[in-house]
Every structure is written in structure tokens, then in C-alpha cells.
Design a protein around this ligand. Structure first.
Ligand code: ADP
Ligand code: MG
Length: 388
């Protein structure tokens, strides 16, 4: 089977005729730990995947975006000046949103003929959306000679997703796609936007990171995500801090007391406890990796993150909890849901020679529970967005 990077120029020729000016690539990501902490100004620890989105593009004389996706029907044709929040919709909004955000930031962008082709399951929590945005953003950046930094591109692509697509996501996905590095995790401080590469050599440790796509149907994801975000903002307001990042583990009990009693306060206490402890878990994992500890020792922290998402942040679903329990029972060192939640993927840190047994354990648990069969792959940390 050919890869998107290999196919995309041929697809371009079939769609628009002739050759593209170039091909660009941006990866999806899997987040090792740090969930829903990004929009709380906190810490995340993703890695960029080998899977992603390829874009073959050529600037045009007219200010029009023509975009085709190999994964979708038809070619979308939109004048750059017509792109605005609330006006464009569907998958092409991730692409046209980038043009809009670049223009909003004061950059001149040419019209573009572009074909995109990806190999990340979409909507599975592996950030196919950020890969799509970033592949197109690095193409436009180069074709228009804008010279934007990865930080600039992260801001532009996040704005595209927030304002034009209308998804209130934090900036982790785009930063992971832009800053990824082979063999490394990307440790991000989402307040300062500092990005640090942390070596993550699973193979040398005899380990593998298995990602299980639970195939759980997403329901009410956007509404639930927005609700979690609002709860965090409300709690920060009550606590008198700019963001929940500012509440440390040591100050957690006092903060929880301050939130008070009653149903609403009870909910906010749980949300706060997840964010505060999750930030501490990210820092603990980074400290262990920097110290060169055996990678197996981070397993329990991954599993604790899952319990926190399940019990306090309440963003897991039965398929996800079943997969985590199955891989732990099969001997995984640690496991957790990864991504925004309500379905999506589970990751498991396992001995390299136990990958098959762990995947089979999930399949058996799913068959017993009557769930749709899961799929799985071994995640490998790859480089971030670039020209091919
Ligand atoms: P995730 O980012 O976790 O995969 P999202 O819901 O954020 O899930 O983004 C998925 C959406 O991104 C898809 O519904 C589609 O609109 C768009 N998308 C992703 N990959 C592609 C692609 N290769 N071609 C066209 N649209 C895509
Ligand atoms: Mg996404």
C-alpha cells in the first residue's frame, strides 16, 4: 500500500492537472499524558506520530482556494475573501480557516490549489484536524514566503480551529504537530508556550506504546468539551487565579474547600482535582524521563491519569474503560485514554514482546461486552510538520 506522501502528487495531477509546487506533511499526535490541561495554561506531553496528512499545493493567480481531500467527496472552491467564522463549514473549514487566520494576522496569502491525503483515523483523538491544518499552514507559509515560526503557525492554526471550525480546543494538537521530533516527546508549557524535546527511546528499553482505537461512537463531544472548559474557567474565577495551572497540588485541599458545598461546587471540585493532579502527573513523568529512570516506572502515573479522567473529569466511556482494564489485566505497565475523551483512543505502555497479547486481550474483552471490534497500532515518535 502506498502512503499519502507518495500518492498526493498523483492525486494533485488528476485533480488540477500539472505538478504541484511542492508537497508538505504534518503528523497527527498521541498525548502521553496531560489531558484537558492545555486550555488551563498547564502542561502536556504529546508525541508526533508517523501518521499524518500530506498536502500537494500550487499557488494560483486568483484569490481562490480550491481544495480536494482524498478522504472526502468533491472539490471545494471558495474565494479567500468569503472565508469567515460561521460562513464555511464541513471538513474544508480546517483548510480555509488557515487562510482566514493568516489574513487576520495581517499576511497576504495567494490562492491555492491543494490536494490533501491523510492516514490518521479522523475523530479518534489522534488529531487528524491539527495535521490537516498544519500541513496546509506550512505549505502556505512557504509558498507565500511568510517566514512564520512554528510558534506563529501554532497560533494561526489554533485560531483556524477555534474561530472558523468553531471547536474550542486548546493549542496542544497544533503544537505537537509542528514541534514533534523523532524519538522524543514534546513537553509543552501551554502558558509560556515553551516546547522542550524529551528523549523517549522505547525500543532501547524493550518497550512499546500501543494505541487502541476504541471505535466508540462519539456523542455530544463538542458540547461536553465546551462544558468542561467552562467549568474550569468558572472554578479559576471563584479561586481568584488566572487559570487552574496556578493551583498547585500542595494548595489543592485549600482550593477544594474554598469551592464550597452543593451540587455545582461538588462538580467543580472534581474538575479542579483532575486538572491540578494531572499537571502534577505530567511534571512527574517529565522528571522521571529527565532523570533517566526505567520507563516502566511511569506506568502507574499513566494509569492514575486514567482514573482521574474517569472519576473526576468524567470524560471516559465504557469502551474506553474496558480497553484500559483489559490491557492492564494483560500486563501493561500503565494505560490511559488519550485525547479529548468520550471515545477515541487508549494508550498502553507494554513490553515490546507483549504487544500482540495485549491487543488480543482488548479484542476478547470487546467481543465479550458486545462492542464494535477495536483496531490498534504501535505508536512511534516522529518528526513534526515539514516540506517533503
Ligand atoms: P481528530 O482531530 O481527533 O481526528 P476532529 O473532530 O478534531 O478529530 O477532526 C476530525 C475532522 O477533521 C474530520 O471530521 C474532518 O472534517 C477533518 N479531517 C481530518 N482529516 C481529514 C482529511 N484527510 N481530509 C479531510 N478532512 C479531514
Ligand atoms: Mg482534532
Amino acid at each position: 500500500m502506498t502512503s499519502p506522501a507518495e500518492r498526493v502528487a498523483t492525486e494533485f495531477a488528476e485533480t488540477f492537472g500539472g505538478k504541484p509546487e511542492g508537497r508538505w506533511w504534518a503528523p497527527g499526535r498521541v498525548n502521553l499524558i496531560g489531558e484537558h490541561t492545555d486550555y488551563n495554561d498547564g502542561f502536556v506531553l504529546p508525541l508526533a506520530l508517523e501518521q499524518g496528512v500530506a498536502a500537494a499545493a500550487r499557488p494560483t493567480g486568483d484569490p481562490v482556494l480550491r481544495v480536494r481531500s482524498v478522504q472526502q467527496e468533491g472539490t471545494v472552491d471558495v474565494a479567500l475573501s468569503d472565508i469567515a467564522p460561521g460562513v464555511v463549514s464541513g471538513w474544508s473549514a480546517y483548510v480555509s480557516g488557515v487562510a482566514w487566520a493568516l489574513r487576520e494576522a495581517g499576511h497576504e496569502v495567494p490562492g491555492l490549489d491543494v490536494v490533501v491525503d491523510g492516514d490518521i483515523p479522523s475523530g479518534a483523538g489522534l488529531s487528524s484536524s491539527a495535521a490537516l491544518e498544519c500541513a496546509v499552514a506550512v505549505a502556505w507559509n512557504e509558498l507565500a514566503g511568510l517566514g512564520l515560526s512554528r510558534h506563529d503557525l501554532a497560533a494561526v492554526t489554533q485560531r483556524a480551529e477555534n474561530d472558523v471550525v468553531g471547536a474550542p480546543t486548546g493549542g496542544m494538537d497544533q503544537m505537537a504537530s509542528l514541534f514533534g521530533r523523532a524519538g522524543h516527546l514534546v513537553f509543552l508549557d501551554m502558558r509560556t508556550l515553551e516546547a522542550e524535546e524529551v528523549p523517549f527511546d522505547l525500543a532501547a528499553a524493550g518497550l512499546a506504546l500501543v494505541v487502541v482505537d476504541t471505535q466508540a461512537p462519539h456523542a455530544h463531544v463538542d458540547g461536553e468539551y465546551a462544558e468542561r472548559r467552562r467549568s474550569c474557567e468558572r472554578a479559576a474565577e471563584i479561586l481568584g487565579v488566572p487559570a487552574l495551572r496556578d493551583v498547585t497540588v500542595d494548595a489543592l485541599d485549600a482550593a477544594l474547600t474554598r469551592l464550597g458545598d452543593g451540587a455545582e461546587a461538588g462538580l467543580l471540585r472534581k474538575r479542579v482535582r483532575h486538572i491540578v493532579t494531572e499537571n502534577a502527573r505530567v511534571l512527574a513523568v517529565v522528571a522521571a524521563l529527565r532523570a533517566g529512570d526505567d520507563l516502566r516506572t511511569i506506568g502507574p502515573t499513566l494509569t492514575a491519569s486514567h482514573a482521574s479522567m474517569r472519576d473526576d473529569f468524567e470524560i471516559t466511556v465504557p469502551e474506553v474503560d474496558t480497553a484500559v482494564q483489559a490491557v492492564l489485566d494483560a500486563g501493561a505497565h500503565g494505560a490511559r485514554m488519550t485525547g479529548g475523551g468520550f471515545g477515541g483512543c487508549v494508550l498502553a505502555l507494554v513490553e515490546a514482546d507483549a504487544v500482540e497479547a495485549v491487543v488480543r486481550a482488548v479484542e476478547a474483552a470487546y467481543a465479550a461486552a458486545g462492542f464494535r471490534a477495536p483496531s490498534a497500532f504501535v505508536a512511534v515518535a516522529a518528526d513534526g510538520a515539514r516540506r517533503l
